[in-house]
Write a protein that binds this ligand. Sequence first.
Ligand SMILES: NC(=O)c1ccc[n+]([C@@H]2O[C@H](COP(=O)([O-])OP(=O)(O)OC[C@H]3O[C@@H](n4cnc5c(N)ncnc54)[C@H](O)[C@@H]3O)[C@@H](O)[C@H]2O)c1
Length: 276
Amino acid sequence: MPGLLSNQVAIVTGAGRGIGAATARLFAHQGARVVVSDLDPEPAKAVVAEIAGAGGQALAVAGDVTDAAFPDRIMSATIEAYGKLNILVNNAGYTWDGVVHKMTDDQWQAMLDCHVTGPFRMIRAAAPHMREVAKQELAAGKTPEPRCIVNVSSTSGIHGNAGQVNYATAKMGVLGMTMTIAKEWGQFGIRCNCVAFGMIDTRLSRSKELGESIDVHGSKVPLGIPETLRQMATMLIPLGRWGDAEEAAGGILMLASPYASYVTGHCLEVTGGFGI
Ligand SMILES: NC(=O)c1ccc[n+]([C@@H]2O[C@H](COP(=O)([O-])OP(=O)(O)OC[C@H]3O[C@@H](n4cnc5c(N)ncnc54)[C@H](O)[C@@H]3O)[C@@H](O)[C@H]2O)c1
């Protein structure tokens, strides 16, 4: 049976683990050929092996979304391998928390670089393969292929979150970018939406006490949320529990699927009701 994304090609950033990995697996299951990208090469390769083992098609392209040369490199690898691009999921991300009066310029800038500048450059680099190709299809009197962008935001961006002025500002920026691209590229049939996640159980959000970290240009940035805060947050979720990566990926697929063909400029909150 053909999947929802049959004959489509997708790039998913930050797809070595967590929400991005679940999205890559789900997209492949729905028939897409997936470019699995991550800062860390090994987890990206493992996701590709898993997809291939399940009969899907995927390619690993490692790289840092904050590297100015990366967007062109991943676009070239995608076109070389699969010939086109239908879906771009800007998911790569991490947190570098701190209260505003103690936040360094590096900490502030790192969040803007990863969550706003990276996705902006990815979208700009995708223009020749999405906007330009759609423009040519329209000029030739054809119906353009399905094309869309899904950006990943957060309830921290929408509502603010103490200790995350850098991340919250960047994730709110994702909304402005999403709505602007929806307005600029809608005429070419290219949709642009975002998903704002609440509490999703991944490396990013597990107990800080587990000691997880990410290496950012040589600095070790601790990840996670203090366990007491995790428990307090759980009490504010109407569904009474955290979401898992597969449920988060479901929100991304929802917006990428043909059932959302008339949805653009939208922010879907996948939160179990957190923040309502
Ligand atoms: N988990 C949550 O509760 C939650 C809530 C709201 C938003 N989000 C967002 O969801 C997205 C995915 O996070 P997750 O929860 O799956 O975390 P995760 O840590 O499990 O996965 C994130 C992946 O992104 C990669 N990554 C980080 N920085 C990168 C960079 N500069 N270039 C390339 N890859 C990079 C990491 O290596 C990692 O594999 C992020 O944008 C995050 O901000 C998560």
